[in-house]
Design a protein around this ligand. Structure first.
Ligand code: BDP
Length: 690
């Protein structure tokens, strides 16, 4: 590796991915840190692949990457290249770019440096295709303005959660044992990966803010500034999770009451100091009144009061507060069937719509409960037309196999983003975030996800879990992208054809293993949307009654007659009524409710016949047997790649697939046996159930 080059951690963007660019004569034109980043990337590629890069116009070139606002365009840009743009026209804006090719020159023009950086990575994705034929002018812009990853990283090791809460990829890349790790190479390499998929914001500490983490806002601000400095060259802004009790914990105040003048002054002056140190600081992330975190309820105030307090302190500096809607009572009485955790976010927040300040982003988990492999889309997204929203996904695989199981989540996220909360002819979740005009107001929003990255040599524990990270970033850039096409992009960038034995077989195998892997996972775990049959200690593997008699509010209510949660308005918790029509009626109705969500909304007898024609009990048996068979097939397919790709990657995935098969078999046997014992109904196909 050359000077200044990060060490080769196996991830997408190996040097070979830059072959097409590196073999060209390139002009990088413009000034600024991000333009320097573009130049350095191109220079490294050229050093390796025989091209050359220059920053001033001299002689013919094959590729121009130029800022438009840095004076007249270099003469290397053919006049035709600046003709009126075609599809996606208009100006590139802060982060977009214009791509065109004429007279044998490929041209990327941007109005701002971030656009040039994204343009470069777009070229990397295109490879040789960026340098063939004539190409009409096209403008590319991110559909969503903020594309964010939240790290649930602890600064100090938490006695139960460890260094990274729900982290399955080793330790934190930022923190170790209470201090910054100072691994500048790793952070720069991370910034590069983030930019390559279009992420422009991260928060660097856990939403559950402990005493050491709280100090990042004040005494330990330099530690945050150091991260911001390393990620800035890649167009990534840093955000912090803060505790609502900060004025008490850090400021010696006796209250954190959001309506108290002293509290307001404290947040204002503290925030001013943050911006003095980190001028492009992004803002705060807050988990309040949830799972033990402090919040405005302690002072008899509501969450609009709380969020607006922090928003007020951030507003003069252009910052935002991501206020999480994940608020519920985690000390429920399990004998009480009338309250419902699924209802909580809507019950708390829908009445507050219209009261949030401009720079509050209400961050809503995609489903009403908690990142299960199957849930309906959260009704909060439809209930807040006057509030800016962020939809929160979970890239870290807390409930989807913890990066031991291959589970490509982009198809699931795609379903969520494409879901039309007001009915089939109305706007999708993606449209709401993109602020696509439609009937009724909307404020647009962000896509945010909990990150799956750690100090593991493969970044994500499971090398194939990188595909989730990559696809998330790309969906945040444009939530309408197709998950299968995104997998192809990731394959091309991770396993360039020149680096593998049989590129067609590699591609085919990765699709065979990953395309349907989320549904496979769904098949061998909790059935028909009922969720949470997981082991409470760590959420890995089956725990058929693990949460059934606990205080967390996540039950399946299986008994000898049937299973499922009655969330109807007629006889249940009324959650179905939180949806606008037609979904309120669809979910209310036993006949219309989609099979995959049946047990989320209804308690039914085991003999209930699904739309598929199968009974609930037979469906449980069939899907669990099928799920395990699919994992066997995944393992067998993968074994054929031995010798075709980097052996370290191959071995790691092989190891993980063996564990996935063990665990899937355990899920199958426990879930099937459990329901066989409850129901007494044998498998119609006579298979052995213990
Ligand atoms: C749950 C996790 C817990 C998080 C919580 C959250 O189990 O560790 O703190 O979500 O989102 O899924 O705040």
């Amino acid at each position: 590796t050359g000077a200044g080059e990060p060490p080769p951690h196996p991830a997408w963007l190996p040097p070979e991915a830059f072959r097409a660019i590196g073999a060209r004569r390139v002009l990088v034109h413009g000034d600024g840190t991000l333009v320097d980043t573009v130049h350095d990337e191109v220079a490294r590629a050229c050093a390796r692949h025989g091209g050359r890069v220059q920053r001033t116009v001299a002689g013919p070139v094959d590729l121009v990457l130029a800022l438009r606002d840095s004076g007249p365009l270099p003469e290397a840009v053919p006049p035709a290249a600046t003709a009126a743009p075609g599809p996606g026209g208009g100006s590139p804006g802060d982060e977009g770019f214009l791509l065109t090719r004429s007279d044998g020159v490929t041209v990327v023009l941007a109005d701002a440096p971030a656009g040039l950086l994204y343009g470069l990575f777009h070229l990397v994705r295109l490879g040789e295709a960026a340098f063939t034929g004539e190409q009409p002018t096209r403008v590319h812009r991110p559909v969503l303005r903020r594309r964010m990853l939240d790290h649930w990283d602890n600064v100090a090791v938490h006695p139960v959660m460890g260094q990274v809460e729900r982290g399955y990829a080793g330790g934190s890349i930022f923190w170790r044992d209470g201090r910054p790790r100072g691994d500048r190479h790793r952070l720069r390499a991370y910034g590069r990966l983030l930019a390559s998929m279009g992420i422009n914001a991260i928060s660097v500490n856990n939403v559950n803010v402990g005493p050491t983490e709280a100090l990042l806002l004040t005494d330990r601000l330099d530690d945050v500034a150091e991260i911001a400095d390393l990620l800035r060259p890649y167009g990534v802004r840093v955000h912090l999770s803060v505790t609502f009790a900060a004025p008490v914990v850090l400021g010696d105040l006796s209250t954190a009451d959001p309506l108290d003048d002293g509290v307001r002054d404290w947040w204002e002056s503290t925030t001013r100091r943050v911006y003095a140190r980190i001028p492009d600081f992004g803002g705060y992330v807050v988990k309040a009144d949830s799972e033990g975190q402090p919040g405005p309820f302690s002072y008899g105030r509501d969450h609009a009061d709380g969020a607006n307090l922090l928003a007020g302190a951030l507003a003069p500096h252009g910052g935002v507060v991501h206020w999480r809607a994940f608020v519920y009572d985690h000390r429920r009485d399990w004998r009480d069937r009338t309250t419902d955790r699924a209802r909580a976010a809507y019950d708390h927040f829908a009445p507050l719509d219209g009261r949030f300040a401009e720079n509050v982003v209400l961050q809503v988990k995609f489903g009403p409960v908690d990142f299960q492999p199957r849930e309906p889309v959260s009704p909060v997204i439809a209930a807040m037309p006057a509030t800016r929203l962020a939809v929160e996904l979970q890239v870290t695989q807390e409930y989807t196999g913890q990066q031991w199981h291959a589970c490509y989540l982009a198809p699931w996220w795609h379903e969520v983003l494409a879901f039309r909360l007001w009915g089939p002819a109305e706007r999708s979740v993606a449209d709401v975030l993109a602020d696509v005009p439609g009937p009724g107001p909307h404020r647009g929003g962000d896509l945010v996800a909990v990150a799956n990255v750690g100090d593991d040599p493969f970044w994500c524990g499971h090398p194939l879990a990188q595909a989730n990270l990559y696809a998330f970033g790309r969906l945040a850039w444009d939530p309408r992208l197709d998950p299968v096409a995104l997998l192809d992009e990731w394959i091309d960038l991770t396993f360039p054809a020149s680096t593998v034995g049989d590129p067609a077989l590699v591609r085919e195998t990765l699709h065979a293993v990953l395309d349907d892997s989320w549904r496979t996972y769904e098949r061998y775990t909790a059935p028909l949307g009922v969720g949470f049959m997981v082991n409470p200690a760590g959420h890995y593997g089956p725990g058929v009654d693990g949460y059934e008699y606990s205080r967390w509010g996540t039950y399946h209510f299986a008994d000898r007659d049937g299973v499922g949660v009655d969330r109807t308005c007629a006889t249940g918790t009324g959650f179905a009524g939180q949806y606008p029509p037609p979904w309120s009626q669809v979910y209310e109705s036993l006949e219309q409710c989609p099979d995959e969500l049946l047990l989320f909304f209804h308690h039914v007898p085991y003999s209930h016949v699904l739309h598929s024609g199968s009974t609930v009990i037979q469906h449980i048996y069939d899907t669990h047997f099928a799920g395990v068979e699919e994992v066997v097939a995944m393992r067998d397919r993968w074994s054929r790649l031995a010798g075709m790709i980097d052996p370290a990657v191959h071995d790691r995935v092989t190891e993980r697939l063996a564990e996935q098969l063990r665990c899937a078999t355990e899920w199958r046997d426990q879930v099937n046996t459990y329901f066989f014992r409850k129901s007494g109904v044998p498998d119609a196909r006579g298979r052995r159930i213990h």
